[in-house]
Design a protein around this ligand. Structure first.
Ligand code: PMT
Length: 221
């Protein structure tokens, strides 16, 4: 019976896009809606898993029976993922995490000054959460899944990212201003650290979620 194949498992899913504040009214963000991550959370819950959903700025209803942890920034997302991952069987990083954040936060709204050039925004690196939890740092038996959002040379970039990040599975999907971000559908190739490549044709984000959990369940048993 495949339908409850994640019963007794604790899985962690990150979803949505981080927002890195510049001042009380502005942030650097991205186009993630959270839909792919929420589909993963719903699918895992339906298959019997206990699910922790770390949700960054997603305006979506809480999936039934799922423990939702709302976060804003990449640093907050890291804290929540590391905490939940400590006793998790699998972690799926579907969130779009900012690689950089503004170096400084202005406590008051940044004002434009008459006749002055705009000040450049200095950025600093955010922690790479996926690299931090994958590979040698994973708990024994834990399955770590990353996503790769690419606009060009999609598969080649995905293969390089799999090697760099050290995760067990990497879901490679193409993105654009209106492609995948916010859409109900997705298509992807899921790369395995074992060299496997699983194509998932264009269809509902739930269908891709189910393939991801199939591949995770194979690796857990
Ligand atoms: O939310 P939707 O509108 O449904 O859109 C879905 C999606 C396009 C956001 C999703 O399918 C997707 O591709 N998510 C990953 C987006 C992303 O940040 O990709 P990346 O290639 O920049 O990062 C690679 C991986 O490293 C990701 O698993 C990411 O979560 C993780 N990462 C990235 C940067 C960072 N500092 N820490 C990380 O852990």
């Amino acid at each position: 019976d495949l339908t409850r194949d994640l019963a007794g498992r604790h899985v962690v899913v990150s979803a949505g896009g981080t927002r890195e504040p510049l001042d009380p009214v502005r942030f650097l963000g991205n186009r993630s809606s959270g839909k792919q991550g929420y589909a993963l959370a719903r699918s895992a819950a339906a298959r019997g898993a206990r699910v922790t959903l770390v949700a960054a700025n997603a305006a979506l209803p809480d999936p039934a029976g799922v423990d939702v942890v709302p976060v804003g920034t990449a640093v907050q997302l890291r804290e929540a993922v590391l905490k939940a991952a400590a006793d998790a069987d699998a972690v799926v990083m579907a969130a779009a995490v900012a690689d950089f954040r503004p170096e400084t936060y202005a406590a008051g709204k940044i004002k434009k000054q008459d006749g002055q050039e705009p000040a450049p925004i200095a950025l600093v690196r955010n922690p790479d959460i996926l690299a931090e939890i994958a590979g040698e740092r994973a708990r024994p038996g834990q399955v770590i899944v990353g996503f790769a959002a690419e606009t060009d040379d999609v598969l080649a970039n995905g293969r390089a990212k799999l090697a760099r990040k050290g995760c067990d599975l990497l879901v490679v999907n193409e993105v654009g201003e209106r492609k995948t971000f916010g859409a109900e559908e997705n298509e992807a190739v899921v790369l395995g650290a074992d060299g496997s490549e699983t194509g998932v044709p264009y269809g509902p984000k739930e269908a891709l979620a189910d393939v991801v959990w199939d591949l995770v369940a194979e690796r857990l048993s």
